[in-house]
Each structure stands twice: as structure tokens, then as C-alpha cells.
Design a protein around this ligand. Structure first.
Ligand code: ZN
Length: 414
């Protein structure tokens, strides 16, 4: 058993933990521990909304959730000898829900997938689904089921949604400059174009007083992926994965959080994974001066995990860059993928699922999303691969027509 370098008492808010997490990126967040290259250790993690989402049949909690809470990260862990320009090598040895606990906090035997309301963050299809919805999932070992999505059962692809290192002061300044410029192009947009620094609910480890105030005013929000990794939501960072992270500050300062029991490519509902608290075991090492040696200037690279569900048949949906109103777009893969998702949802509706249920399922199940063509003007082509074996009925098209049934309902707002 690796040593636990960051522990979480799941019965308490992250604000009340003995060692505080951090929910913003800032180079001054003090390391909670320092390890040598070659170390193996465990980090315990809090789910991304600090236990404010409940295992019930109402989506009011998701509608009202406070985005400034996100994401409580476990760490940072300093790696001795790590210097800017090195590559930090992180092996994901194992991860999972909170061991040996059942309870009211996501990760204690269950998890949730959410669709966010358009006025509170939205999601990939927010113009089609502007309200909040939720599905709660029960864990059965590696398998999950949901009373909000009857007829579905699948093996999760467990991974950290968020893994990253500290930015340098210079890099943080650059993030704030470029994101502020984007926001300024349409400052009143709903949902916003980006999230500026927000001191409310900012926790930066044990920084306090003036140090906390100063850092919180400029610390970066954790929602987007950036050059330091961050909230990449790559489902293939599953067990067995090896991630090569660029180092920007002394010690590297590795942090991990936002564990997911499963997720489809794209995490399309925004809270589209199956969210949970839990644990992650990692091994760290260094490639000295690896950034220059391997031409890595920004962003991590990785070996995908070697532990994942094995589905072999996929019903695949195609989308092109022509929008819902017939508008022609030039090689826009976002629009193409949106059409692939909408086509998949329309198909699943013929089996009796609501559009919201289908949207939730595509966020959470291990679907594959691909850029199939990006050069054939004027249309990009994107594809969504839906594993057929996750349904307990035959979801494949045939002359007999779709097996329509009462598929219940997801959790909705009151
Ligand atoms: Zn997440």
C-alpha cells in the first residue's frame, strides 16, 4: 500500500479538512509534501462539488450549484530536483471510488452525471437542453447502473478528470491576459466565454491572510485545460496510463482531482462524467531537460491507460459542419461533432429514452468521439461511436423497428 500523502475525511467539507486542498491554479500554493523521483504514493480526493450534489431524484442541486467551489485538488506534491524544462513522469497505478465506504457523498458507492442549466455554465448542447438534469449511478465493482437510465449497464473507464502542475508566474499572467481579452469580446454572454479569477470560495492550500488575498485575486480557475494539463477530461488517462507533464516551477507541484468513474469522449454535458470522490495511486519520476530533448514546449503527452472496458461493436453516428438550421460552416469540427451527438440522441429517443436521458448517457458511457475528416471543404466530419453492448436490449437497427419501452426518467428540477 502506498503512503497516503493527501487524506480526505469525506464526512467534512473541503473547507474543514485538516490539510486544505486548492481549487485554483497559482504557483505560490505551498506543497503539502515533497517526494523523491521514484516515489509511489496515494492521494485521496473530494468530488468536484464538495458533496453538495445528492443521491436523489431532484436536479435542483445541480441547477443551483456554485461553480466557484470547483475543483478541490489534492496536492500539490513537490518532486525533489524537478526544475523548469524537465518532464515529470506520472504513472497512474490505480484509482477508484472511496474504498470501504457507503454514504451521501459522491464516491461513497455511487456517482452522478449532470446537465448544467444554460444560465449556470451550460454544456455542449445547451441550446437544446437549457435546463438542469441529473442521473445518479450505483457502482457494482467496475460496473455501474442508474435508476435514471434503465436498460443500461456498463464497465467504467476510471480516470482523473484533472491532473496538472503549477504554472509559473509568467504563464499565469499570460493565461489571465488572453482569457480576459476573450471575455471582453462579449462580456455579457450566457454562458460566459471564460471564467476570470474569482476570490469567492478560493482555497489555496494553507495560504492565508494577505498572501491568500493577493494570490486569490489572480489565481486561475480550474475549469479549462491549459498548458499545465489541468481539466483535460481525457477518459484514456485510466489505470496504467503514463503522463509526461512539462515542469514550469521548481518541484513541478503535481495536483490531481475530479475523479471520474466513467466518461464519454467530450464529456458533453459539462458535468458529463460520472463524478466521484475517491483515491488515486501514482508513481513519479523525472526526465531531466526532457522538454527541450523531446520538443515539448506546452501541454502534456501520455500513454493511454491499459485497463479499460473492452467493447468491440459500436453503432456510429456521423455529423458534418452544417448546423441545425441548415447553415453551412467552413470546416468547423465543433459543429460537426454536435450534429453527430444530436443524431445519436434522436436515435436513442426512438427506443423510449427522453432527449435528456440520451444526452446524459452520451456524457457518461465510454463512447468514442473522433475527428474523422478535417480537410474536405467545406464540411468537417465528426463521428460518435456508441458501444451497443451497454444496453440490455438490442439497440441495433433492423427491419423490426426500435424496441420502444417505458425508459423511466432522469432527475429533473422542481
Ligand atoms: Zn469531473
Amino acid at each position: 500500500m502506498p503512503e497516503v500523502l493527501f487524506s480526505i475525511d469525506q464526512s467534512k467539507s473541503f473547507f474543514d479538512q485538516e490539510v486544505l486542498p486548492h481549487n485554483r491554479w497559482h504557483p505560490d500554493v505551498p506543497p503539502v509534501a515533497s517526494v523523491k523521483p521514484g516515489a509511489e504514493f496515494r492521494l485521496e480526493c473530494r468530488e468536484w462539488f464538495d458533496g453538495t450534489i445528492h443521491n436523489d431524484d431532484s436536479a435542483d442541486d445541480l441547477r443551483d450549484v456554485d461553480l466557484t467551489l470547483a475543483h478541490p485538488l489534492s496536492g500539490p506534491i513537490a518532486v525533489e530536483g524537478a526544475q523548469p524544462g524537465d518532464l515529470l513522469v506520472v504513472d497512474i497505478l490505480d484509482l477508484g471510488p472511496v474504498p470501504q465506504e457507503t454514504g451521501p457523498v459522491a464516491g461513497q458507492g455511487w456517482g452522478y452525471t449532470g446537465i448544467f442549466a444554460k444560465i449556470n455554465g451550460g454544456g455542449f448542447l445547451t441550446d437544446h437542453f437549457p435546463d438542469a438534469y441529473k442521473a445518479c449511478w450505483d457502482f457494482h465493482g467496475q460496473v455501474c447502473t442508474s435508476r435514471h437510465l434503465p436498460g443500461v449497464r456498463f464497465t467504467g473507464i476510471t480516470h482523473p478528470g484533472l491532473i496538472g502542475v503549477a504554472p509559473s508566474h509568467e504563464m499565469l499572467g499570460e493565461w489571465n491576459r488572453r482569457e480576459a481579452e476573450l471575455i471582453a469580446t462579449d462580456p455579457d454572454r450566457v454562458p460566459p466565454l471564460a471564467l476570470p479569477p474569482e476570490p469567492h470560495n478560493a482555497v489555496l492550500g494553507d495560504l492565508d491572510g494577505d498572501d491568500l488575498d493577493r494570490a486569490a485575486a489572480e489565481a486561475a480557475r480550474t475549469q479549462p485545460p491549459r498548458e499545465n494539463g489541468g481539466n483535460q477530461d481525457i477518459k484514456n488517462l485510466s489505470r496504467g496510463s503514463r503522463v509526461f507533464m512539462p515542469v514550469y516551477v521548481e518541484g513541478g507541484k503535481l495536483s490531481i482531482g475530479d475523479l471520474h468513474f466513467s466518461q464519454g469522449d467530450g464529456e458533453i454535458t459539462f458535468c458529463g462524467a460520472i463524478e466521484m470522490g475517491g483515491f488515486i495511486d501514482v508513481h513519479v519520476d523525472l526526465i531531466k531537460d526532457g522538454m527541450q530533448a523531446y520538443g515539448v514546449t506546452t501541454n502534456p503527452m501520455f500513454f493511454p491507460g491499459n485497463v479499460e472496458p473492452r467493447y468491440s461493436e459500436f453503432l456510429s453516428f456521423v455529423g458534418i459542419s452544417v448546423d441545425e438550421d441548415g447553415g453551412q460552416h467552413y470546416l468547423d469540427s465543433q459543429i460537426a461533432y454536435r450534429q453527430a451527438c444530436l443524431n445519436a440522441i434522436a436515435y436513442l429517443e426512438t427506443f423510449g429514452y427522453s432527449g435528456e436521458q440520451a444526452y446524459l448517457l452520451l456524457g457518461a458511457a465510454p463512447i468514442e468521439g473522433r475527428f474523422s475528416g478535417v480537410v474536405d471543404i467545406p464540411n468537417s466530419c465528426a463521428t460518435l461511436y456508441l458501444p451497443t453492448a451497454i444496453f440490455d436490449f438490442d439497440v441495433r437497427p433492423s427491419g423490426a423497428g426500435p424496441e420502444r419501452a417505458d425508459r423511466g426518467s432522469c432527475a429533473m428540477t422542481s
